[in-house]
Design a protein around this ligand. Structure first.
Ligand SMILES: Nc1nc2c(c(=O)[nH]1)N[C@H]1C(S)=C(S)[C@@H](COP(=O)(O)O)O[C@H]1N2
Ligand SMILES: [Mo]
Length: 369
């Protein structure tokens, strides 16, 4: 019998530290203290679902169909995929495009994510490129379309999500069809048995419960690919202003960003002690170059020490020490910069109707006593 993957009480046991935004679709994020590790543990990892969890019949063998603009369409079983293609493991950040949405003003539509809809994991799978090339990619293929069995809650006839990748990203060596996460078989909540891993691209491009990839002769137009869904205005917009769909473009590489995982809001530092500010920095395709940290609300800054990441798609640990000399309020900020000189905005990121890509500098308030 098909069954719903995970019920809420089970989620609370599996991921006890997560704040649940939405019980029906199961959307949940960790507190930032749970993200203070180079590899995010699975029980601290955020969950994002656009629809109901799919009903998966364990008795039916899972297959992955490759069709569309290919010479030789093909249906794969999991053992066939594993036996035919090289298995690779890479470390990559996945961040929901809506992470930080609650900090936009005025508020926008969408789940009011705080800052926890991000994590860094080790992903194991086969290269999407290898699987597509085995079918013979036609020159007419410019985009992938990804399909999965999960359905919309308000309209179960419709898929919850069907996103895709520009063909260059689909054929890039880092893009995977994954079946493992952090050395374990991929968990049902994270898309088992198969999901896309598209390092640097928004989480929405990382299709879970993948059962079909169709190569498209134009940009994919599946569920949540069009209109304002996971698309940003290509011109500045003011809140409330009407703008045509043609003025939006699909989000591809995510902007440079950092997260302060220590200390957390409301911290107290003793006068005479050292405050160590620590966290992680990452970006889409342009490497992170530096992080600077302030503990006086941005009056003065110090370059953080930045450790190498576990490969080019992982986040990088930063730390900065401050001598706490006098009592009073403290306001900790971290600002990452990428190699092209892009920095996190100190105040608001550009406002957009659906509240995507908010990489504004995080502020953590505390006090010295
Ligand atoms: N089939 C399917 N895949 C999906 C989604 C979905 O709703 N359905 N949500 C996407 C979004 S918006 C995000 S941010 C990531 C979240 O991955 P996670 O739940 O493993 O953290 O999955 C993506 N893949
Ligand atoms: Mo997302």
């Amino acid at each position: 019998m098909p069954r719903r993957l995970v019920e809420l009480p089970l989620l609370r046991r599996l991921k006890p530290g997560l704040y649940v935004h939405d019980e029906e679709a199961l959307n949940a994020e960790p507190g930032l203290e749970l993200l203070d590790e180079p590899i995010t543990p699975i029980d601290a990892f955020f969950i994002r679902n656009n629809g109901a969890l799919p009903e998966i019949d364990p008795a039916r063998e899972w297959t992955l169909t490759i069709d569309g603009e290919v010479e030789r369409p093909r249906v794969w079983t999991l053992p066939e995929l594993r036996a035919t293609f090289e298995t690779v493991t890479l470390t990559a950040v996945i961040e929901c495009a809506g992470n930080g949405r609650s900090q936009f003003s005025p508020v926008t539509d969408g789940l009011p994510w705080r800052l926890g809809a991000v994590g860094c994991a080790r992903w194991t799978g086969v290269r999407l490129k290898d699987v597509l090339e085995h079918s013979g990619v036609k020159p007419s293929a410019v985009y992938t379309g990804h399909y999965a069995p999960d359905r919309q809650i308000s309209d179960p006839a419709k898929p919850a999500l069907s996103r895709g990748l520009p063909i260059a990203k689909a054929l890039a060596p880092e893009t995977l069809i994954a079946f493992g996460m952090n050395g374990e078989p991929l968990a049902p909540l994270h898309g088992a048995p198969l999901r896309i891993v598209a390092p640097g691209f928004p989480g929405s491009a990382w299709q879970k419960w993948l059962d079909r990839i169709s190569l498209r002769p134009h940009e994919h137009d599946g569920e949540k690919m069009c209109g304002t869904n996971y698309r940003l205005p290509i011109v500045p917009v003011r809140p409330g202003e009407a703008i045509a769909d043609s003025q939006f473009a699909v989000i591809t590489d995510m902007p440079v960003k950092s997260l302060i995982s220590h200390p957390t809001h409301g911290f107290i530092s003793a006068v005479g002690s050292t405050l160590t500010v620590a966290g992680y920095a990452w970006s889409g395709s342009i490497p992170v170059e530096s992080v600077r940290v302030s503990c006086d609300g941005g009056e003065s800054w110090r370059e953080a020490e930045l450790l190498p990441g576990e490969g080019p798609f992982a986040w990088r640990r930063f730390t900065a020490d401050f001598a706490i000399e006098k009592a009073g309020p403290l306001m900790v900020l971290a600002q990452a910069r990428d190699r092209d000189g892009n920095v996190q905005p100190l105040d608001a990121a550009p406002w957009n109707p659906r509240g995507y890509c908010n990489n504004q500098v995080q502020r953590v308030s505390g006090a010295a006593r």
